[in-house]
Design a protein around this ligand. Structure first.
Ligand code: FES
Length: 73
């Protein structure tokens, strides 16, 4: 993992629950690739904002991940 990847993986996604990007990436690599499943697996969306802040970030992450992998399949 490059330094850039490490910094990237430390980016907060769900602020209420303190869940970072790396946690989501781990689940994405394991094939968990829907918003609902990711929320269930990580606990994101269960914080005080009810997912208002993290849901758009998770959706962006899903798009980013799909795009990154569309070329390599
Ligand atoms: S930021 Fe995820 S529940 Fe609030």
């Amino acid at each position: 993992m490059s330094e850039k990847d490490i910094i990237e993986s430390l980016k907060p996604i769900c602020i209420c629950m303190g869940i970072r990007k790396g946690t989501f990436l781990k689940h994405l690599k394991n094939g968990i690739d829907t918003l609902e499943e990711l929320r269930k697996a990580t606990g994101a969306g269960a914080g005080s904002c009810g997912g208002k802040r993290c849901t758009p970030r998770i959706e962006e992450l899903l798009r980013e991940y799909a795009l990154k992998n569309s070329g390599s399949r």
